[in-house]
Design a protein around this ligand. Structure first.
Ligand code: ADP
Length: 155
């Protein structure tokens, strides 16, 4: 059976922190689906199409990584894709507390779905899409925080 992982998030926009987690997870799984959750409550800065296009560009050369979007619960999307693993990154104790709650709930609903948490590298642990959006709104330079393939679009 193929080991398929879903990496869910908003990716508004994708950052070097996200990319690092995916690249470190590549050897662990046969397939990783980066999945943009469509959240009607959360207004995004970039359109779904734009966010997907950037992720496609970044992972163009990585055959086992794909990008999709989904509505509703991540666990339902996992079942639809036959994915038994949810991949998440941990930057801080508050990330851990949050992820622990969600992972326990998901596991209570679907015991065969495991959440795999990967620790952010220390030098990347301050990077978040929220901070990147703030810098963009303030007309600052974000090239150090986003993958080089998309940096030119975010000037
Ligand atoms: P969400 O919208 O669910 O908060 P994000 O798009 O912000 O998701 O992030 C998706 C996943 O990537 C989350 O597990 C988040 O903790 C992780 N992540 C975000 N930034 C970093 C980073 N700098 N280093 C490691 N993991 C990160």
């Amino acid at each position: 059976m193929k080991k398929i992982a879903i990496f869910p998030g908003s990716f508004d926009p994708i950052t070097t922190g996200h990319v690092d987690i995916v690249k470190r997870a590549i050897p662990l799984f046969d397939k990783i689906i980066i999945a943009i959750g469509i959240n009607s409550q959360k207004q995004s800065l970039y359109t779904l199409e734009q966010r997907m296009e950037w992720i496609k560009r970044v992972f163009e050369d990585y055959k086992t990584v794909s990008i999709e979007s989904y509505n509703g619960l991540t666990v339902n999307f996992c079942n639809e894709k036959n994915a038994k693993y949810i991949l998440r990154g941990i930057r801080s104790a508050s990330d851990f507390d949050y992820e622990k709650t969600i992972a326990h709930l998901n596991n209570a609903m679907f015991p065969d779905i495991e959440t795999i948490l990967i620790l952010a590298k220390p030098e990347l642990s301050s990077i978040s899409s929220t901070i990147v959006r703030e810098i963009i709104r303030g007309k600052g330079k974000v090239s150090k925080f986003v993958p080089k393939e998309i940096a030119k679009d975010l000037k």
